[in-house]
Design a protein around this ligand. Structure first.
Ligand SMILES: Cc1ncc(COP(=O)(O)O)c(C=O)c1O
Length: 110
């Protein structure tokens, strides 16, 4: 994890509310880790046809097989929900084991 004391850039020190990142996929990796660590829950939900980057964690939240194929097994506990289907989302959240729902408003392959 990022150490606030290692930051000598003049930028504000990292806090539990934000984490610096150089790329979109790196930010998603950090989000997965923070969500799991903060909640103690394993599962991460994402929207169908989502694109969040190509590192292994972000790829686990990728809703299109052409990006994922050949790189498995990906992270366990990652599950798509239909974009905009609030009933399906509520059913997943009611299980009580969801660390995060990862959504980006721009869907690359919708
Ligand atoms: C919607 C979306 N999320 C995440 C990413 C990943 O960002 P990066 O390429 O900076 O890792 C992209 C890249 O195209 C994207 O379009």
């Amino acid at each position: 994890m990022f150490s606030p004391s290692s930051c000598s850039t003049g930028l504000p020190a990292a806090s539990p509310r934000w984490s610096p990142a150089n790329s979109g996929t790196e930010a998603v990796e950090a989000a997965i880790k923070v969500a799991r660590a903060a909640t103690g829950r394993p599962r991460v939900l994402y929207g169908e046809h989502a694109f969040h980057g190509l590192t292994l964690g972000a790829l686990s939240l990728n809703g299109n097989a052409e990006f994922r194929d050949g790189f498995g097994p990906l992270l366990p506990g990652c599950q798509p929900v239909p974009f905009g289907d609030t009933e399906a989302l509520a059913a997943q959240l009611e299980r009580g084991d969801v660390a995060a729902l990862v959504l980006e408003p721009f869907r690359a392959r919708a």
